[in-house]
Design a protein around this ligand. Structure first.
Ligand code: XMP
Length: 517
C-alpha cells in the first residue's frame, strides 16, 4: 500500500496545485471536501493531512469548519492560509482582519530549526494572499515571520500541526515545493514511492479484479489522449475482452477516422467497432444554426449511437458486456464537488463531461479517476503510444460543428477539414505543437470579394485560432511569427477552393472562449 496524503479543500482556487506538488514529490494524494467525515479522511495509509486555503473568513456566517478531533488523531496536519486560520479558530486561538491585506511577493525570515524549512535559506520569498491573519494560538511556536505577518509560519506541537500563512503550492513561492516536500518526507515520513510504472501494474491488477475472468468491457474511443491511453491500458489488462466503439460523427478532422482505425485496430490489435454515423449526424444538423442546439443534437445522437452499439455487442457476446470504461480525469471529478454548493453558470454545454448516462446499465471502469492529464500522458508514453497521440491537442466532442458558424453542411465540413489540416501541418513543421494549446481553423459565414488571376472571387472566410493555455480555463492568443501566419494564409487560399480570405483571431479567454461556438 502506498502512503497517502489527504488534502481537505476549503475552496481555494489553487487546491489542485497542492495536489500537483504532492504528486511531484512522488506521494499519492486525494482531494476531499472539507466536510468529509474524519473516518473517511483517516483511512489506513493516510500519513498526513493538508488543509487548503479558501475565500471565507472564519467569522463569516456559514464559514467552512473542521472537526477538532482531527488534531488528536496523531496524524501530522499542515494548514495553508485559511487552513491555519480555521485551525487557530477551532482550537481557542484568535483570527483578526489584517490591518493591511497582503497579496503577492513577501520576504519571510525563518526561526529555529523546524523540519518544514530543513535545508532552506533563513530568508526567502513567498507568495501571500490573505485578508485575515492569526493573532494567537495556544501552545504556538513561530517558525517564520514577515514584517506584516508575525505568524507567517507556525508549529503547534500539541496539535501535531504546522501552518503557513503564505502559499507554498504556487510557483512564485521560491522554495514552496521544497517546503511541501519537507512536510511529506520529514514530518509525515512518506517514502515517495508513487510512480507511473507501479501505477500501471497496480491498475492492471485492479481492472482484472474488478472485471473478473469472463465479463467484457466497452469503451468510447475518441482518439483523444485520455480515451486512447485508457484503451491501451485496458487492452493490456483484459485483451480481447475489451471492445472500443469509435463513432464517426461526420464532423471529425481530416483523416482522423482512418488514423484511429489504423493505429488501434491494425497496429495495436485492439478490437475496434468503427461506426460510420456521419450521414445520420449531418442529417440531424441540417438547417440548424444555433450553437447550443448543434451541441445538444450531437451530444444526444452520440449517446443514442453508443447505446445501440453497446446493446448490439452485448447481444452478440451472449450478455457478457457488463462494464463501460472511461478516461475520466481527476479534475473532472473534483470540479463537480463545489465547496459553496452553488451551480456554476453554463457557458457551453460540454456533453462529454460527466460521461455517458447511467442508464446504460453498465458498471464503470475509470482507471484515471485520480490522475491529472500530464500523468496520463506519462502512462501513455510508458505504454508505448506515440507522441502524436500522447501530445494530441484537445478536440471538442461536437467537433468541427462548433467551428463552422451557422448551418453545418457536408461541403462546409470538407472545406474546413482542408483548411484545418493546413493549419495543423504548418504549426507542426514550425515545431510549435507543444508550445501551443490548440491551433485550428474556423469557417465563418461571411463571403467577401477577392481577385485571383484577374478573376473576381466571392468566397468564404476562414479564421485561424491559436492559443496558449495550461488548462483551457483561461487562454491567450498565440503570438505566431508573421512568416508562419503568411504561409498558413497563402496555403489555405491557394489550396482550398472556396476560401478567399484568412483572418487571425487575437482574442484571449476571457472575454472570448477558445472555440467560436
Ligand atoms: P471553450 O471554447 O469553452 O473551450 O473556451 C475550452 C476547452 O474545452 C474544449 N471544448 C470541449 N471539449 N466537449 C469537449 O470535450 C465540448 O463540447 C467542448 N467544447 C469546448 C475546447 O476545445 C477547449 O480546449
Amino acid at each position: 500500500m502506498h502512503d497517502k496524503i489527504v488534502i481537505l479543500d476549503f475552496g481555494s482556487q489553487v487546491t489542485q496545485l497542492i495536489a500537483r506538488r504532492v504528486r511531484e514529490a512522488k506521494v499519492y494524494c486525494e482531494i476531499l471536501p472539507f466536510s468529509t467525515p474524519l473516518a473517511q479522511v483517516l483511512t489506513p495509509g493516510t500519513k498526513g493531512v493538508i488543509l487548503s486555503g479558501g475565500p471565507a473568513s472564519v467569522y463569516a456566517n456559514g464559514a467552512p469548519m473542521i472537526d477538532k478531533a482531527l488534531y488528536a488523531a496523531g496524524v501530522p496536519v499542515l494548514g495553508i492560509c485559511y487552513g491555519v486560520q480555521v485551525t487557530a479558530h477551532v482550537n481557542g486561538g484568535k483570527v483578526v482582519p489584517a490591518e493591511q491585506r497582503e497579496f503577492g511577493r513577501t520576504e519571510i525570515s525563518t526561526h529555529g530549526s523546524d523540519p518544514l524549512f530543513h535545508g532552506l535559506p533563513a530568508k526567502q520569498v513567498v507568495w501571500m494572499s490573505h485578508g485575515d491573519r492569526v493573532e494567537s494560538v495556544p501552545g504556538v511556536t513561530v517558525i517564520a515571520s514577515s514584517p506584516n505577518c508575525p505568524y507567517a509560519a507556525v508549529s503547534v506541537p500539541a496539535l501535531n500541526f504546522r501552518g503557513v500563512q503564505f502559499h507554498p503550492e504556487v510557483a512564485h513561492t521560491e522554495h514552496g515545493a521544497a517546503i511541501l516536500r519537507n512536510f511529506l518526507t520529514r514530518v509525515c515520513g512518506c517514502r515517495g514511492d508513487w510512480e507511473m510504472g507501479s501505477f500501471i501494474d497496480e491498475e492492471i491488477a485492479r481492472i482484472r479484479a474488478q472485471v473478473g475472468e469472463v465479463d467484457r468491457v466497452v469503451l468510447g474511443l475518441s482518439g483523444g489522449v485520455d480515451s486512447s491511453v485508457a484503451a491501451v491500458l485496458l487492452h493490456k489488462a483484459i485483451g480481447k475482452r475489451l471492445t472500443c466503439i469509435f463513432v464517426n460523427n461526420g464532423v471529425l478532422r481530416k483523416d482522423e477516422a482512418e488514423g484511429v482505425r489504423k493505429l488501434f485496430a491494425d497496429h495495436i490489435g485492439i478490437d475496434l467497432d468503427y461506426v460510420d454515423a456521419a450521414e445520420r449526424f449531418l442529417t440531424k444538423l441540417k438547417g440548424v444554426d444555433d450553437p447550443e442546439r448543434k451541441r445538444k443534437i450531437i451530444g444526444h445522437e452520440f449517446v443514442a449511437v453508443f447505446k445501440e452499439e453497446a446493446e448490439r455487442i452485448k447481444r452478440s457476446s451472449g450478455g457478457h458486456v457488463r462494464f463501460l470504461a472511461q478516461g475520466t480525469l481527476y479534475p473532472d471529478v473534483i470540479e463537480s464537488i463545489s465547496v459553496h454548493g452553488g451551480p456554476a453558470s453554463v457557458i457551453k454545454s460540454h456533453h462529454n463531461v460527466g460521461g455517458l448516462p447511467a442508464d446504460l446499465g453498465l458498471g464503470l471502469v475509470e482507471p484515471f479517476r485520480f490522475l491529472f492529464k500530464d500523468e496520463v500522458r506519462a502512462i501513455g508514453s510508458r505504454l508505448g503510444l506515440s507522441d502524436a497521440v500522447v501530445w494530441r491537442q484537445p478536440f471538442p466532442g461536437p467537433g468541427l460543428a462548433v467551428r463552422i458558424l451557422g448551418e453545418v453542411t457536408p461541403e462546409k465540413v470538407r472545406l474546413l477539414q482542408e483548411a484545418d489540416a493546413i493549419v495543423r501541418a504548418e504549426i507542426a513543421s514550425a515545431g510549435l505543437e507543444r508550445a501551443i494549446w490548440q491551433a485550428f481553423a474556423v469557417l465563418l459565414p461571411v463571403k467577401s470579394v477577392g481577385v485571383m488571376g484577374d478573376e473576381r472571387t466571392y468566397e468564404m472566410t476562414c479564421a485561424v485560432r491559436a492559443v496558449t493555455s495550461t488548462d483551457g480555463m483561461t487562454a491567450d492568443w498565440a503570438q505566431l511569427p508573421y512568416e508562419l501566419l503568411g504561409r498558413i494564409s497563402n496555403r489555405i487560399i491557394n489550396e482550398v477552393r472556396g476560401i478567399n480570405r484568412v483572418v487571425y483571431d487575437i482574442t484571449s479567454k476571457p472575454p472570448g472562449t477558445i472555440e467560436w461556438e
